[in-house]
Structure formats: structure tokens, C-alpha cells
Design a protein around this ligand. Structure first.
Ligand SMILES: Cc1cc2nc3c(=O)[nH]c(=O)nc-3n(C[C@H](O)[C@H](O)[C@H](O)COP(=O)(O)OP(=O)(O)OC[C@H]3O[C@@H](n4cnc5c(N)ncnc54)[C@H](O)[C@@H]3O)c2cc1C
Length: 325
């Protein structure tokens, strides 16, 4: 019996993990690498003192049957639960789901049984004798016959550089993201965020979303996640953390409940939201039996569900090109 083809998946966010799971289920040998210390990418949950806060994606919605089936299982297994059916009054009735103890629960479940190498930041991917050679900052080299790149597109482009044909490079350069600054504020007393514990803010103001992680059910103590609007995030990106924390605390005052945060941290998402997307669910950047496929929420739909469906599409594109032995 021959050796199973080895696929390297860059990124352990939703897209990378879903692609890896599908490829592994099809009999391919898959390695996932991520520069982070944990899986999840923009599904991110952080402890601050006694508090637990989601600081990337706050919830997810489901339209497609393939994700719906997975969510049904997550609900049975206690991996996910419904948070609410809308943030305005009256609610729109569409379920918003969350990880049972934080959004990273979803990624941890998707990663079960997979070979995932964390704290491994790739610095370059080039052609090698058997396909592709990926070099990690820590010095290790990984060999692969196929690559799924689910890092935010500019980071993926930087890894491959001249190895990509110009048509792929041109299409990928069209993809653009906006950043998000996120304030994580631990409180001594209950917040003033009304039920169900999330406020979506539209319009030209400084904030886009405020979530009470205690009301959401993941934090033992009151703790707010405050997302700055695209404009505020862009304008404040180069300011020092302390200055941004002060400005966002001021902007969040109506929801703090007449108190200053007992503890505050800043999270920075440089590639938070794709604002110019690639129209297809994935992009086969290098075709043939040694393919490189780009995936992620910049392909089709800028949300958790979009990343999920992109991961499936990328796995399909790889399976069409290389065969498990
Ligand atoms: C502030 C914020 C709020 C959001 N709110 C919502 C929401 O409420 N609902 C919703 O549906 N979506 C929301 N989203 C979007 C959602 O989080 C994303 O659509 C989804 O998580 C993207 O998954 P992904 O796999 O495409 O990318 P990512 O999760 O970004 O995964 C990419 C991974 O690649 C890794 N990586 C990058 N470069 C390298 C390298 N050189 N070497 C190794 N690894 C590398 C990164 O560490 C990362 O883990 C939000 C996002 C943010 C940032």
C-alpha cells in the first residue's frame, strides 16, 4: 500500500480545521499549522482575571444545511448553544449560536483527532522535489504534496510570493480587510447591557458591538467585549494601547453601568473583516496534482459560516486533484 498524500493546512481557524477534517476523513495525511498558541483564529476566547471573554467572533448564524447538521450535533454534545434570536426589539427570530463556554469551543471540537502544530509560524512556502516545502520561523521544514492556505489572504500571499502564477496573485490582491480594535473590560458590578446581553450599533458612531460575556453565559463575572467600528479601528490603529483603552472605555460608558472597568485589555485584529471578497468559496492558486488552494471567510461570505463552507470547498478542490492511496 502506498503512502497517503500529505496535505499541509495553514491556519487552525474554522476554514482550515473544516478543510483538514474533511481531508483526513477521506484518508489523506493532514498536518495543520498555526502561529497561535491555541486553535480557533478569530474564534477567540480569553481569560482576564476571573472573567472569560470572546474577543473575536461573538456568535454565528446558520443558513446552509451542511453547517446546520454540524450545529445539531454540537447542540446535542454541548459544544454550542443558542444565545438569542436577535439583538433588537422585537427579535428577528433567527438563532444566534455561541460556543458553550466560549467561541473557541467550536474550534476545539473541529480540531479533535487532527494533527495540529501550534506556535508554528510559517515564513515561506516554496516548491520542493515532492511538491511544497514550508519553512517555520522556529526552523522546522514541512513537506507537502498539497497546501490549503486559510491564513488571511495578505498573509498567505506573503508566504508563497513568486511561487504563485500572476493570475492568482492578481485575484488575491483584490481581497481587502478592515481591522477591529476590541476592548475587554472586566467589571465589579453588573453592566448596563440590556437582555440578551448584546447590542449591535449601526451608523457612524465609534462602536459596532457591545457584548456582556456574563449575560451571554461564558463569564462568571461581569465582563464586556467592546468592538470599535471600522472607522474608529482604522483611525486608532497606530495609537498606543493605553490611549485606545481610554477612548473605547469612554465610548462604552452607557453600557458600563456607572463604573470604570476594574481591569481592561486591548485586542487588535488587523484582518478582522473581509470587505472586498473573492466571489468563489475557494481559489485554486496552483492547479495540477500538487495544488495550492486558498480558503477562508474572504471567499464567499465574511462570517463564521462563510469560513466553514470555504473550508469544505477547499477540501473538495484538493480531493479533485490528488487521490488518497
Ligand atoms: C472582532 C470580530 C468580530 C466578529 N464577529 C463575528 C460574528 O459575530 N459572527 C460571525 O459569523 N463572524 C464574526 N467574525 C468573523 C469570523 O470570526 C470569521 O469569519 C472566521 O472566524 C474566519 O475564519 P478563518 O478560518 O477564515 O480565518 P482565521 O480564523 O483568521 O484563521 C486563520 C489562521 O491562520 C493563522 N495564520 C496566519 N498566518 C500564519 C502563518 N504565517 N503561519 C501559521 N499560521 C498562520 C492565524 O493564526 C489564524 O489562526 C468576527 C471577526 C472579528 C475579528
Amino acid at each position: 500500500m502506498g503512502r497517503a498524500a500529505r496535505v499541509l493546512v495553514v491556519g487552525s481557524g474554522v476554514a482550515g480545521l473544516v478543510a483538514a477534517g474533511r481531508l483526513a476523513d477521506s484518508g489523506l495525511a493532514v498536518t495543520v499549522v498555526d502561529k497561535g498558541r491555541g486553535v480557533g483564529g478569530r474564534l477567540a476566547t480569553r481569560r482576564v482575571g476571573a472573567a472569560r471573554l470572546d474577543h473575536g467572533a461573538q456568535f454565528f448564524t446558520v443558513r446552509d444545511g451542511r453547517l446546520a447538521r454540524r450545529v445539531e450535533q454540537w447542540l446535542v454534545d454541548g459544544v454550542a448553544r443558542e444565545w438569542c434570536r436577535g439583538f433588537h426589539q422585537p427579535p428577528d427570530g433567527h438563532p444566534r449560536y455561541v460556543g458553550a463556554t466560549g467561541m473557541t469551543d467550536l474550534a476545539k471540537d473541529l480540531a479533535r483527532g487532527l494533527e495540529v502544530r501550534l506556535s508554528t509560524r510559517l515564513v515561506g512556502i516554496r516548491r520542493g522535489a515532492g511538491g511544497w516545502l514550508a519553512e517555520a520561523a522556529e526552523g522546522a521544514t514541512l513537506e507537502a504534496e498539497a497546501v490549503v492556505l486559510s491564513a488571511p489572504v495578505p498573509q498567505g500571499l506573503a508566504l508563497l510570493g513568486p511561487a504563485l502564477p500572476p493570475t492568482a496573485t492578481d485575484a488575491l490582491r483584490e481581497v481587502r480587510y478592515s481591522p477591529t480594535l476590541a476592548l475587554l473590560a472586566v467589571l465589579d458590578r453588573p453592566s448596563a447591557v440590556p437582555p440578551p446581553g448584546g447590542v449591535r450599533l449601526e451608523g457612524p458612531g465609534p462602536l459596532s458591538f457591545v457584548a456582556d460575556n456574563h449575560a451571554k453565559g461564558i463569564s462568571a463575572v461581569p465582563a464586556l467585549t467592546v468592538h470599535a467600528s471600522d472607522r474608529t479601528s482604522l483611525e486608532g490603529w497606530d495609537l498606543p494601547d493605553a490611549e485606545v483603552i481610554t477612548a473605547l472605555s469612554r465610548a462604552a460608558r452607557p453600557w458600563l453601568g456607572d463604573q470604570e472597568p476594574a481591569e481592561a485589555q486591548l485586542a487588535r485584529w488587523r484582518y478582522a473583516t473581509p470587505v472586498a471578497l473573492h466571489p468563489e468559496r475557494c481559489l485554486v492558486a496552483v492547479d495540477g496534482d500538487r495544488p495550492v488552494v486558498f480558503a477562508g471567510d474572504a471567499f464567499g461570505e465574511a462570517r463564521v459560516e462563510g469560513a466553514y463552507l470555504s473550508g469544505l470547498a477547499a477540501a473538495g478542490a484538493v480531493l479533485d486533484r490528488i487521490t488518497p492511496s
